[in-house]
Design a protein around this ligand. Structure first.
Ligand code: SF4
Length: 448
């Protein structure tokens, strides 16, 4: 049980700062639904809000340091005016006791397994009764809606947690073991999102491929879910389905076959490789080899000739040698990733890799990462140039921020496109032909 001050506010407004991964973004969107359901409105600035929430990330120490900075910032503001301060997310899960002890300005610390208590906190804050009970036995529960107001694209979490325990990753320690969301609940949210005007959904989880659900004595697996979601989406106006993240060891041939066959499933897969050296993949506990990964890529490209593949790459893992770097560069060239999220390793307290010997000096990590980024830039450019002249169906997201007379849209392959077109296209699909490339955005013309 935690205490809050008993001040009653006239008009209740909230402000959320979200850091970290897509799961945090989806969960912030779900918590906004809780706020809206209780009549709260979103404040444009934190300074105008009756309640500020920081949804934190623990994946890197820099993310946690940043969150501490934001907490200190709001603690200073609370000396000038009254508002409620909530810290949630992975950092709240990882260091709940420390947060409460170190920063008394925080009114509530809400771990990943307690977000269902938010409604009770809001009722308590708005009624001014001063007290809210937070579950003492936390369990993870999926929110019913993750729709961000006004958006045509939405995340739809289908599972939570991770059983993989990669040696550098804090996620299984702060998000817990894998839990799948029921098929019924996923399909209900598909219907609800379609009714809200959503046109593209991204099924979300730390490892979506391990989704499973038992129904009428039968175990349903991820490809069954993809088929069911696509069939349900076809009833509404949803025209595109994506999913992230996929662990290579769990991406089955059945899943590849479903993607190849169903036009609603985006022909783009984000498949984290992390490294090109088998020795480093072993030390990372990734549970596959570079050969296994490339074999999977070959099978995917045979089944889905138009496939666009993206990845994550982590350089500078403890013990990495120049030969390991060369293995990574060579795998990247073979895999021809359309784009990649590239990082250098930073020890994460609480993970096995943080205690490994042979930590790589920062300057070396940065130099290796720079070479990986330079190669990926070339690969991305070559992949993008090969699309010029081709026709694509795009989802129109809104006016371009650089030129409001143009529309900004996104292809099935997750590429950004601008073109001159009727504003009535916003929130709908349009057909375009790619004409040229400006940075990472295509210039296109509408075709009918
Ligand atoms: S698969 Fe590995 S990197 Fe991804 S969340 Fe699980 S432990 Fe972390």
């Amino acid at each position: 049980m935690q205490q809050i001050s008993s001040t009653r506010w006239e008009s209740m407004r909230y402000f959320i700062e979200t850091y970290g991964c897509q799961m945090n973004k989806a969960e912030s969107a779900a918590m906004e639904v809780d706020f809206r359901d209780r009549g709260w409105s979103r404040a444009n600035e934190a300074e105008e809000a009756d309640l500020v929430m920081i949804n934190t990330c623990s994946v890197r120490i820099t993310a946690e340091n940043r969150a501490w900075g934001r907490v200190a910032h709001y603690a200073a503001k609370k000396k000038i005016r009254l508002f409620t301060l909530i810290v949630t997310g992975c950092m709240a899960e990882r260091m709940k006791a420390e947060m409460i002890a170190r920063q008394p300005a925080i009114d509530f610390v809400l771990g990943n397994f307690q977000k269902q208590s938010l409604g009770r906190i809001l009722d308590s804050v708005s009624s001014g009764n001063g007290v809210a009970i937070i579950d003492e036995t936390p369990v993870f529960s999926f929110a019913g809606s993750h729709w961000e107001e006004g958006s045509f694209r939405s995340f739809l979490p289908i599972m939570h947690g991770c059983d993989n325990f990669c040696s550098y990753c804090i996620v299984p320690h702060v998000r817990g073991r894998e839990v799948s969301r029921s098929l019924e609940s996923v399909l209900e949210e598909v219907d609800a999102l379609a009714a809200r005007g959503v046109r593209e959904i991204t099924l979300l989880g730390q490892n979506v491929n391990s989704w499973h659900w038992e129904q009428y004595g039968q175990i349903l697996l991820f490809p069954d879910l993809l088929k069911a979601v696509a069939d349900r989406a076809r009833n509404g106006a949803i025209g595109r389905i994506r999913f992230i993240s996929s662990h290579p060891k769990d991406l089955s041939d059945e899943t590849i076959a479903v993607i190849a066959k169903d036009p609603l499933l985006a022909k783009h897969i984000h498949l984290c490789i992390q490294h090109g050296s088998d020795r480093i993949l072993g030390a990372m506990n990734r549970k596959y080899t570079s050969g296994f990964y490339m074999d999977l890529v070959d099978r995917m490209r045979k089944a889905i000739p138009d496939l666009s593949l993206s990845t994550d790459i982590l350089m500078g893992f403890p013990g990495e040698t120049e030969e390991d770097v060369q293995d990574t560069l060579s795998l990247m060239a073979k895999a021809r990733f359309a784009y990649a999220y590239m990082y250098h390793y930073n020890p994460r307290e609480g993970t096995p890799a943080a205690t490994l010997p042979d930590q790589i000096p920062d300057i070396v990590k940065k130099e290796r990462l720079a070479r990986v980024i330079a190669l990926q830039k070339e690969l991305t450019r070559a992949a993008m140039k090969s699309f010029i002249g081709r026709g694509f169906e795009v989802l129109v997201e809104g006016p371009s921020s650089k030129n409001p007379d143009e529309l900004l849209a996104r292809t099935d392959h997750d590429m950004m496109v601008v073109f001159s077109g009727d504003k009535r296209h916003i929130g709908n699909f349009a057909r375009v032909r790619l004409l040229s490339l400006r940075g990472n955005t295509f210039k296109a013309e509408e075709v009918r």
